[in-house]
Design a protein around this ligand. Structure first.
Ligand code: TMP
Length: 247
């Protein structure tokens, strides 16, 4: 059978890792008409990702760069149902393997119905979390009790060779982040605090995990100190984007 693998036109240098796709597995990933980047935001609880994504989206629009804001879990309609299962209720209702499978179901739906179509239409995609969250939470958070190979296999099955062009980790002491996050949840009708209710050790582990991942893949990750005011952090993010994408 002839190989159906194909190349996706990508901007010089930056998106090297997105060049190859198996088209029979990922028919949605066709040649994008224009440059478009997939930027993911990562970090522990209460690091300010959603606020910063909103500000970055506005900045990019002001530069005439079409973009969408999205998130995991819950970036699609079905994903919102999965999100409710994943982030509410008793912290021990799933084990880490079941959690990883559900996060990957959400991710696959998110990629095929939203992320890839948007990129292929030339829109930049800004995602509040992606697969690094699964490694941070389900692997490092739980003290590496889940096999890393299992998570890597799930990545290959659901995502293939596709990767973010840039991953910004907002790094913050979990004590500060958890306090912020729990304060915010007081005004929420549905309490999305399933992971917040885990021990501080879990949050310290996942923070270390992000820093370790960033060290191993410096060409994709940028770690920013999130213990700053909103405007200052936004300036740091814009600076990072300008440097990475030569804006
Ligand atoms: P957030 O969008 O408000 O950060 O909430 C999502 C929660 O889900 C957060 O506690 C991190 C967690 N999560 C995982 O544990 N694994 C994953 O793969 C993803 C995407 C999120």
């Amino acid at each position: 059978m002839p190989s159906l693998s194909g190349k996706v036109a990508t901007p010089d240098g930056v998106a090297e890792n997105n060049k190859e796709f198996q088209l029979e597995l990922f028919p949605e990933c066709r040649k994008p008409a224009k440059k478009a980047y997939f930027i993911t935001f990562e970090g522990g609880e209460g690091t300010g990702k959603s606020t910063q994504i909103k500000l970055l989206s506005e900045y990019l629009h002001s530069m005439q760069i079409n973009n969408i804001q999205t998130k995991e879990p819950g970036g699609t309609e079905i994903g919102q149902e999965l999100r409710r299962l994943l982030v509410t209720g008793d912290k021990d209702k799933f084990d880490a393997v079941a959690e990883a499978l559900l996060y990957y179901a959400d991710r696959r739906i998110h990629l095929t119905t939203k992320v890839w179509p948007a990129l292929n239409e030339g829109n930049w995609v800004l995602s509040d979390r992606f697969a690094d969250s699964t490694v941070a939470y389900q692997y490092y958070g739980y003290g590496k009790r889940v096999s890393r190979e299992l998570l890597d296999d799930l990545y290959k099955i659901a995502v293939g060779d596709f990767k973010p062009d840039l991953t910004i980790v907002l790094d913050l002491d979990p004590k500060i982040g958890l306090e912020r996050s729990l304060k915010k949840s007081l005004s929420m009708a549905v309490k999305e605090t399933r992971h917040e209710s885990r021990a501080l050790e879990f949050h310290n582990n996942l923070r270390k995990g992000y820093l370790e991942m960033a060290k191993l893949e410096p060409e994709r990750f940028v770690v920013l100190n999130a213990d700053k005011n909103i405007e200052q952090l936004h300036i740091d993010i814009v600076q990072t984007i300008k440097e990475r994408f030569k804006l």
